[in-house]
Write a protein that binds this ligand. Structure first.
Ligand code: WQD
Length: 347
């Protein structure tokens, strides 16, 4: 039975299963889908995710993506229409020291999700990929046709998972969209901040709140100010990109889809620009220190978002100031929460 809302016939609420939906990005995606009227089922092993982040009304099943049997049961029990597979290990440095763990969790985890979807007859997939598949791209905006050449095990697992999805799709009659995230930052709400401190913005906030000096990994890169340039994207915008992909897959007339999209804002910011923004937003002024450059660190990675704009109608709405101010608000929120909880710690 179709229900009419706002003059537009809406199909019955589709049910989407989010693996890793209790994580930093996953919780924002869950909020975005629930807000758009989708029924959300979160599967998360809570190894890094938090049950408190799962939106009200969403189901939470605590389960590893490697447990194919339980995944299949959940998909059948909730009559899932589609899956957004977010659950993965994503720390570049950790992937270098623990490559087998990353291949196990990310590649075997994706295979397990695909096997469960095949058994349960679920035929729509949004896959969480990464700009890390490009490695060190040639100069200029990165398009979906830019050669993929990952430079670390993390990026390699993401590319292999894309191939896994692409190659399994015909046999599983799967429509899929892979989203290549650029550099994610910010928080949609103070309680949904990034709990880790592994990326530039979080490490800078950590340094400043600990009275330490933010570090700049090299100031001799081939860029205008000598520091690396990245395409930072607000996590709330990233969540909406998933909703745009879901809507494309949920369209009753949607042809069989198999597409890859860069998810970035198309504007670059250097490390020094990020640090200046952090100092302006937080009011904390402390000199940075130049640390040795990383062994391999792409000098300039900025998306060309033309394809996702044209085909999914999505574009980023938040700027760097919004990312930094929302991350700062989340950082302060977490600090208050940890102090009131008596742990007094912060990442
Ligand atoms: C950004 C720039 C550093 C910290 C990440 C991960 C992964 C992926 C892509 C989704 C780099 C420099 C950093 C610091 C610094 N996203 N830096 N001082 O390396 O682009 O990769 O984004 O899958 O999350 O692969 O992000 O935030 O670590 O570094 O100068 O204290 O900031 O050298 O040039 P990166 P990052």
């Amino acid at each position: 039975m179709e229900k009419l809302t706002g003059g537009k016939a809406e199909s019955p609420r589709e049910t989407w299963l989010l693996t890793g939906g209790a994580g930093y990005i996953g919780a924002h995606v869950a909020e975005s889908l629930a807000g758009a009227g989708k029924r959300v089922v979160v599967v998360d092993d809570l190894s890094t995710g938090l049950a408190s982040r799962v939106p009200a009304g969403a189901e939470l099943v605590t389960c590893s993506v490697l447990d194919t049997e339980q995944l299949t049961d959940v998909m059948r029990r909730f009559q899932v229409d589609g899956v957004i597979h977010l659950a993965a290990k994503k720390a570049v440095d950790e992937s270098v020291s623990q490559p087998l763990h990353y291949y196990h969790q990310n590649v075997r985890g994706t295979a397990s999700v695909l096997e469960a979807m095949s058994s349960a007859g679920v035929r729509r997939l949004v896959f969480s990929s990464s700009a890390a598949v490009y490695g060190v791209p040639p100069a200029g905006p990165v398009t979906e046709s830019t050669p993929t050449a990952p430079i670390n095990p993390y990026g390699a697992t993401k590319l292999i998972c894309e191939w896994l999805v692409r190659d399994a799709a015909p046999a599983l009659d799967l429509s899929w969209i892979s989203l290549r995230y650029f550099n994610v930052a910010g928080a949609g709400r103070p309680d949904l901040g990034d709990p880790g401190a592994t990326n530039l913005l979080q490490l800078t906030l950590q340094a400043l709140t600990r009275g330490a000096r933010p570090q700049v990994f090299g100031q001799s890169h081939p860029t205008p100010d000598g520091t690396c340039i990245r395409d930072y994207i607000h996590v709330a915008d990233l969540a909406d990109a998933h909703l745009a992909a879901v809507r494309q897959l949920d369209r009753p007339d949607s042809p069989e889809l198999h597409d890859v999209y860069n998810v970035g804002c198309g504007r670059g910011a250097s490390v020094l620009e990020v640090l200046r923004t952090v100092q302006r937003v937080t009011g904390i002024r402390r000199p940075y220190e130049i640390a040795p450059a990383r062994p391999v660190d792409p000098p300039d990675v900025v998306a060309d978002p033309a394809r996702i704009q044209a085909e999914l109608g999505w574009s980023a709405k938040h700027d760097l100031d919004s990312m930094v101010s929302s991350a700062w608000a989340a950082w302060q929120h977490a600090a208050v929460v940890t102090v009131s909880a008596g742990t007094g710690s912060h990442p």
